[in-house]
Design a binder for this molecule. Structure first.
Ligand code: UDP
Length: 332
């Protein structure tokens, strides 16, 4: 019988997909979420939701002990880059200090495995693309730094205590559960595919293109868009790898190793919807690297990861299906 896994941020976008992936694979799951940015409707009815902050040690440690939790998937955190520039202390609090507290609870309660949501933002502006895990980590914003600091804590803690960890550095996460059970539900989200499907459904008047003068094939920014369900599947494999070899830790890029430009993404949305969304060229956003593509050879070598939804039109189609469902759940 599989032991229980605790998922922080399980009511959020990526966390709710991971909950489904774990549950579909037969793992008992407990979610911890304070619902500041998560949604109760994103947690399946048969999954226990502990409505608490990850830094509330008495509550967290009671849950870890009661459910004999073997592993933690830690998604909870703040994720808006410009906000992290305006309010760095919020990011060092939510992402770094509260992770420290959670890791301490994990060590105290004998949790053996820890999986952490890290980010390609730990690299800053990579000199070499596709970017490898051992490339310099020079974050250009507090968000990336707050995540890098937690990776470093985990490395030190795993060396000192009987716990191992996997940090997955996500590239551009997009799409939604193929069965439309969950998806990106945040109002006012800024991510390109989310914004574009909102525009396609008439929830926005247009899509801004932030820069057409980058050193890329068509001048617009290039990103490695990864389907959230493939990302969720990687977490289940990471858990299995940590259990199979307790002496090994993993810090791995999670992307497909290919990129699409902003123009190509908008073309895909037009193709999938058979419409033409209004595009407006604007200036570059502060701190946007021209291109961010993963070198994913390491994760492919270590885990039996078989991405199923790398097709850009499939990612857009699933994002669109969820956006429609969201309209029914939350009429304007
Ligand atoms: N982008 C854009 N218009 C938007 C949102 C994003 O042109 O409304 C561009 C952005 O400049 C970047 C890419 O799309 O080149 C992906 O941005 P996103 O905010 O989705 O993710 P990021 O790479 O910043 O984490």
């Amino acid at each position: 019988d599989k032991p229980t896994i605790l998922v922080t941020g399980g009511a959020g976008y990526i966390g709710s997909h991971a909950v489904l992936a774990l549950r579909d694979a037969g793992w008992p799951v407990v979610v911890v979420d304070n619902l500041t940015t998560g949604f109760r409707f994103a947690v399946p009815d048969d999954v226990t939701l502990v409505e608490a902050d990850i830094a509330d040690q008495p509550v967290i440690e009671a849950a870890l002990r009661e459910h004999k939790v073997a592993g933690i998937l830690h998604f909870a955190g703040s994720i808006i880059v410009p906000e992290s520039v305006e309010n760095p202390l919020k990011y060092y609090h939510n992402n770094t200090a509260k992770s420290r507290s959670l890791i301490e609870s994990a060590v105290r309660c004998g949790v053996k495995h820890f999986i952490f949501s890290s980010t390609a933002a730990t690299y800053g502006v990579p000199e070499v693309s596709p970017v490898r895990e051992d490339s310099p980590k020079l974050p250009i914003n507090p968000y990336g730094m707050s995540k890098l600091m937690t990776e470093i804590m985990l490395t030190d803690v795993a060396a000192a205590h009987p716990i191992n960890f996997c940090a997955l550095r996500y590239f551009n996460v997009a799409g939604a559960d193929p069965q439309t059970r969950t998806g990106q539900s945040t109002a006012g989200a800024t991510h390109l595919i989310k914004v574009a499907v909102e525009a396609a459904l008439g929830k926005r008047s247009h899509v801004s293109i932030f820069g057409t003068d980058f050193d890329t094939p068509d001048g617009t920014g290039v990103r490695d868009y990864i389907h959230v369900s493939d990302l969720a599947a990687a977490h289940v494999l990471a858990l299995e790898a940590l259990m199979a070899d307790p002496d090994r830790n993993h810090i791995l890029n999670c992307g497909y190793g290919r990129g699409f430009s902003v123009a190509e993404v908008l073309d895909a949305v037009d193709r999938v919807t058979n419409e033409k969304i209004d595009r407006r060229v604007e200036g570059r956003r502060a701190g946007d690297p021209p291109s961010l593509i993963s070198d994913n050879r390491e994760i492919l070598a270590r885990f039996p990861w078989k991405p199923a939804y790398a097709d850009l039109d499939v990612i857009v189609d699933h994002a669109l299906a969820w956006e429609r469902k969201l309209t029914e759940l939350r009429p304007a």
